[in-house]
Design a protein around this ligand. Sequence first.
Ligand code: NIG
Ligand code: FE
Length: 408
Amino acid sequence: MKLSGPFKQIITLNNLPLKGKLNDESLEIVTNGGILTKNGIIRQVGSFDSLKQDFPDSEIDLIEGEQIALPAFVDAHTHICFGGNRANDFAMRNAGKTYLEIAESGGGIWSSVEHTRNASEEDLVEGILKRVKQLIKQGITTVEIKSGYGLNLEEELKMLRAVKKAQSHTNATLIPTCLSAHLKPKDFEGTSGEYLNYILEEILPKVKEENLADRVDIFIERSAFQPKESKLFLKKAKQLGFKITVHADQFTAGSSRIAVEVGAKSADHLEATADEDIEFLANSNTVAIALPGASLGLGEPFSPARKILDKGGILAIATDWNPGSAPMGNLVTQASILATYQKLTTAEVLAAITFRAAFALDLEDRGILTEGKKADFITYETDNFQNILYQQGSLLPAHVYINGEKIL
Ligand code: NIG
Ligand code: FE
């Protein structure tokens, strides 16, 4: 057994509800605490001195100076498997160019498809690992990664194989999602409905056979896939045994409703969600994932996080890190900014990037610090947990632990 501590504060996030609003007074804070682990699992969290006394044989991982500990973060929505760069899109957008003008000058999602198709599987693995390393530095140890820049059988499999290969080179948990339904590729001869059938008939069976992903995503939007065909696609993907998640209501309202109706694990984006749909979503177990990085990247409104929580929904926050709409990839910065604009409490933000985000990925083994959970936790050199969001991402973790081992 191993005992890490003493910590000035341990913010356990234990005993908090999965749904609805949270106030900071409800946070369980253990002062002068210790975290006892065995084989990567938390055995006990409590007073460091008592744990030391009760488990005298444990190896002591002594923490120097004043540090606080909390669960490691979960980024439940990223597109960090890609080739190329879209800095020119960003510059053009800020110079007032329209979506169409950017696409016509060779930008947009399609340009990432071309660059990703031109990259080798090894190039993609390297890119993923480079970005995962950056995420780990911020205290994120679980990262969802979507395909969706391949858009044909061979290229989508290449992306998902790259994620699988990257997993064998990192201790962070990588959760792959098949987003072949990101956009109908320019070189597909047929309608969008036919392309969705191609995914169901050609891509998903292979994804399953090679065990590359058990989650399926779709971008429901005027410029991508329409509500009716998307709903049918999602139902069929579910019948094939996939869990569902949806890019919903980014610019047009209505698709979060579909996500709930098909029993999706999460509905992500929600910048344009209508009030009555917020209520519908909040009454379900579909997690509402706000992606402030996309709002900041595009200059769009933030997702209605406050209303979602007030209506009793499950709110998570993720980076959406991708080469186009959300190039930043800094979860704490984005969550802190969202908190300022949407008036979220510290407890609500911390829940949204830990156990509530983990729930969206069906990972109920992590995100809180209590007996039986995976020992992924982070420490900060500070005496007060409020400093984390206050410093808007500029305070980085002092240490990152995965499975009870200090990896940073
Ligand atoms: O989540 N909305 C659709 N897809 C991505 C953007 C991907 C891209 O621009 O490359 C998103 O924002
Ligand atoms: Fe996305």
